[in-house]
Ligand binder design. Structure first.
Ligand code: ADP
Ligand code: MG
Length: 284
């Protein structure tokens, strides 16, 4: 995909502490098309937040290639990075409290980033109203965060993230503190906005139900992309199906979705016999 909007290749992130090095990303390859809505899933510690923070311009990779639009995130000056964070990305955190200013109303929260960017008050007000409508909270614009439910707060947070019309929206476990029905409402709002505005959306989540809301799910394991679930676009609506694909990782190992292996009773290690086109896998 040469027209990728997000392009990551052989991406490494090594955290060095006094006596130890943690390799959080080890050769991550990922491409995201403009306007795509995709999810990254994976066990805790697999490098999801590290990758999202790099995409957000909050952290810098140690090696590899990463670009967003025409910006090379490895070669940006500090000024460029500040500009990138302001214009290119909107970010939604898991902790609802981190996204909103507690003493401002929903509307004022969404206006705030625009006013900081020098947008006229009247324009900011109108756009905040539009965004509140888009996230389904038009009638609650006066409420303060503590007068809104967790799901409503996250929907306001989506409005805040989109206030300055960034082309990229990132969310790190935005529904981690919500029950599944409320989580689905948040995903639905993100989906609608993605469809209506063409904003590219990358969501890190534990929520398996996300598969019905996104174009693609990439699973990360040990700092790399391991398997991909691709929505079958020929099936629309609730009866979607997903194809989970086995992929060959950078070190030449075949990664097979765990569920498939569990179905045939394989826990960890397996033997593979290749006979012409057929492959037989047996537990060891
Ligand atoms: P995830 O979001 O998938 O749970 P993270 O990206 O937060 O994973 O972490 C990946 C690995 O990097 C983990 O082993 C974690 O402990 C380590 N790590 C993350 N941030 C830091 C940091 N600032 N300093 C040292 N190690 C870190
Ligand atoms: Mg994380």
């Amino acid at each position: 995909m040469t027209d990728a909007y997000i392009f990551a290749e052989e991406l490494f992130k090594i955290y060095k502490t006094e006596d130890l090095e943690v390799v959080a990303l080890r050769g991550l390859d990922l491409r995201v098309a403009p306007g795509e809505m995709m999810a990254i899933v994976g066990a805790s510690g697999s490098g999801k937040s590290t990758f999202l923070n790099i995409l957000a311009g909050l952290d810098t990779p140690s090696a590899g290639r990463i670009s967003v639009g025409d910006r090379d995130l490895l070669r940006m000056s500090d000024d460029d990075l500040v500009d990138y964070r302001r214009r290119e990305v909107g970010f939604i955190w898991q902790q609802t409290g981190r996204n909103l200013i507690p003493y401002l109303s929903a509307q004022q929260n969404i206006e705030a980033p625009m006013i900081l960017e020098g947008v006229k008050r009247k324009t900011a007000k109108n756009r905040a109203r539009e965004l509140l409508e888009a996230v389904g909270l038009g009638d609650k614009h006066k409420r303060k965060p503590n007068e809104l439910s967790g799901g409503e707060q996250q929907r306001v947070a989506i409005g805040v993230a989109l206030a300055n019309q960034p082309p990229l929206l990132l969310a790190d476990e935005p529904t981690g503190e919500l029950d599944s029905a409320t989580a689905d409402e948040v995903f639905e709002v993100l989906r609608k906005i993605n469809r209506n505005t063409g904003v590219t959306v990358v969501i890190v989540t534990h929520d398996r139900e996300i598969t019905s809301r996104v174009d693609r799910v990439v699973a990360m394991r040990d700092g790399r992309a391991s398997t991909e679930l691709i929505r079958n676009s020929s099936v629309i609506g609730k009866d979607f199906s997903v194809d989970e694909l086995a992929v060959v990782d950078r070190s030449g190992r075949l990664q097979i979705p765990r569920e498939y292996l569990q179905d045939i009773g394989i826990d960890r290690r397996a033997r593979i016999e290749i006979d012409g086109q057929s492959v037989k896998i047996t537990g060891e």
